[in-house]
Ligand binder design. Structure first.
Ligand code: NAD
Ligand code: MLT
Length: 528
């Protein structure tokens, strides 16, 4: 596995990846060069400089994961990655404090003209009256976007005795009240806010959210802070509003085009203070995001789901802790169930019994589907594309849950329905991480699902096991483990043999030709 790091990220993250993988750090690559070399890599790590366009993704023949060392993924074509089954993950928490503190620094600098005073004094000018500022206490702060950074800013602004009004249509009034903040409509913020700070992602809805029309509705003398994304504030309209005196000043960390053109109108205005996208630039944040992204990338390369993927169903980290030990088992159960099935598959029922039924199991269901589809399709199926591929093939996926779990504290049962016959497998964990198949159709078994398994229903009479043993022995195939499953069904039984290598189709034909064998299947778990 090879990893390309195409933007500068903290060395701690790179070293973590180097412990297990070959890592190339190549920054400032022209896009043509990135497109040329990307087929060599399994994973890509970026900050915001690298533009991971559709063309890059189309060229990325082996790419499994793109890790963004930071929050915003607007430099990555996420829909194109999703379509190709590439996981896109970010590091959403590592730089929250850094960006929050930078926002406060920008707001205070703006209120007290600190950058202008600093520059003029260094220039030999002692300008006291010209640098008169305003206080924060008692002023109204409008916060647009009350997520991680927005709420961090709110807490700090409350400590500075500001009044806060916030706009975020995706959080509840209860969440806002818990922070001591009033949620209002966007239009209600403009006439009352003395400061407006933005903390939302750049999307089709938020692009140009602040523009000529909205500036016209604002309280004259308002101050604007943008440490979120360039383009959520229309830059030319802002420059004009500052020149007209509607906006008393602005503090801008992010620009629509970065690096910003030195002739940009905002850079010409004394009342606009700027930083070159420094929100996340603290030593602590850069180590935090680089390590978080490295951990996420390693998990994806090992086939594990993660909580920071932006193009997979969201999963809480405490839920992930509960379900993580079951992923490998769930995937193997999907693989086993589809190998037993015959005919056109129409639906898969996945039943969760016991304590596990009390958490969100969607990702485990995806693991079952991943194992199932990877056994029958040539395209690579992963946690990103598995649900979509199942849907596009008309396979209905149903989850059933019950706290009751006879004989086991937790049990997962997978039933594959086809137009011929349904097949069921059930599995559980022994201890905390030993996955076991405990039921195959009506047969009670105790199977360690690894390597290659022959699952052979047969008539319950003497001599059959000896004969198939001879078939395998003659082909030079070593039997690792062997057991016979019990059943209530009179006259039939099931043998499950673990073998330590793949079995040629010609040998399986001989195996199935043994009188009394009722259709044995070879199941390959070696890649899971
Ligand atoms: P977050 O996901 O925790 O919060 C974003 C909030 O915006 C969410 O609560 C969401 O509900 C809200 N939102 C989404 N669409 C909205 C809309 N149309 N109207 C109003 N609210 C909307 O993200 P975060 O970690 O707080 O980051 C906020 C922004 O800051 C992002 O754009 C991120 O990329 C940026 N950021 C910048 C820097 C920097 O260096 N300047 C550093 C970190 C993050
Ligand atoms: C982010 O979205 O995390 C920030 O803009 C910081 C960065 O780009 O590194």
């Amino acid at each position: 596995m090879r990893i390309l790091v195409s933007d500068p990220v903290s060395q701690q993250g790179v070293e973590l990846l180097q412990k297990e993988y070959e890592v190339d750090v190549k920054t400032q690559l022209p896009i043509e060069e990135l497109i040329r070399i990307i087929p060599e890599y399994d994973a890509l790590v970026v900050r915001s400089e690298t533009k991971v366009t559709k063309a890059v993704i189309e060229a990325a023949a082996n790419l499994k994961v793109i890790g963004r060392a930071g929050v915003g993924v607007d430099n990555i074509d996420v829909p194109a990655a999703t379509q190709k089954g590439i996981v896109v993950l970010n590091a959403p928490e590592g730089n929250t404090i850094a960006a929050t503190e930078h926002t406060m620094a920008m707001m205070l600098s703006l209120a007290r003209n600190i950058p202008q005073a600093h520059a003029s004094l260094k220039d030999g000018k002692w300008l006291r009256s010209k640098m008169m500022g305003v206080e924060m206490r008692g002023k109204t702060l409008g916060i647009l976007g009350l997520g991680r950074i927005g709420s961090g800013v709110a807490k700090r602004a409350l400590a500075m005795e500001m009044n806060i009004v916030a706009y975020d249509p995706f959080i509840s009034h209860e969440q806002a009240e818990a922070l001591g903040i009033k949620l209002v409509e966007l239009a209600d913020i403009f006439p009352v806010a003395d400061f407006i700070t933005l903390h939302l992602p750049k999307t089709n809805e938020t692009k140009n959210l602040l523009n000529k029309e909205t500036f016209a509705k604002m309280k004259p003398g308002v101050r604007i802070v943008n440490c979120a994304r360039g383009g959520v504030v229309n830059e030319l309209d802002l420059a004009e509003a500052v020149e007209q005196g509607i906006v008393a000043g602005a503090a801008i960390d992010v620009f629509e085009q970065e690096p910003v053109d030195p002739n940009h109108p905002l850079l010409k205005l004394d009342k606009v203070i700027v930083t070159p996208h420094l929100g996340a630039s603290t030593a602590e944040a850069q180590v935090g995001v680089a390590v978080d992204v490295a951990i996420g990338i390693m998990a994806v390369l090992k086939g594990e789901p993660i909580s920071t993927a932006v193009n997979m169903a969201p999963i809480q980290s405490h839920t992930l802790d509960v379900i993580r030990p079951y992923f490998n088992l769930a995937e193997k159960m999907g693989c086993l169930a589809i190998n037993l099935a015959e005919g056109r598959i129409s639906a898969v029922d996945i039943e969760y019994n016991g304590e596990i039924s009390e958490v969100d199991t969607k990702m485990l269901t995806t693991a079952v589907i991943k194992g199932l589809l990877n056994s029958i399709l040539t395209e690579h199926i992963n946690y990103v594309n598995a649900p979509g591929v199942a849907k596009s093939r008309g396979i209905k996926i149903r989850e059933v849950k019950s706290k009751e779990a006879a004989n086991f504290s937790n049990l997962i049962t997978v039933c594959v329905h086809t137009d011929k016959k349904s097949h069921t497998v059930a599995g559980t964990l022994f201890g905390h991480e030993e996955g076991r198949i405990v039921m195959i159709d009506a047969y009670r078994v105790d199977v360690d699902p690894r390597g290659w398994l022959i699952v052979g229903p047969h008539i319950n009479r003497p001599g059959i096991i000896g004969t198939v043993g001879t078939v395998l022995g003659n082909a030079g195939i070593n039997i690792d483990s062997m057991q016979v499953g019990r059943t209530e069904v009179a006259g039939t039984n099931i043998m499950v043999m673990g073998v330590d290598s793949d079995i040629p189709a010609s040998v399986m034909l001989k195996f199935n030709a043994v009188d009394g064998i009722l259709g044995a299947k070879l199941v390959n778990f070696s890649a899971i």
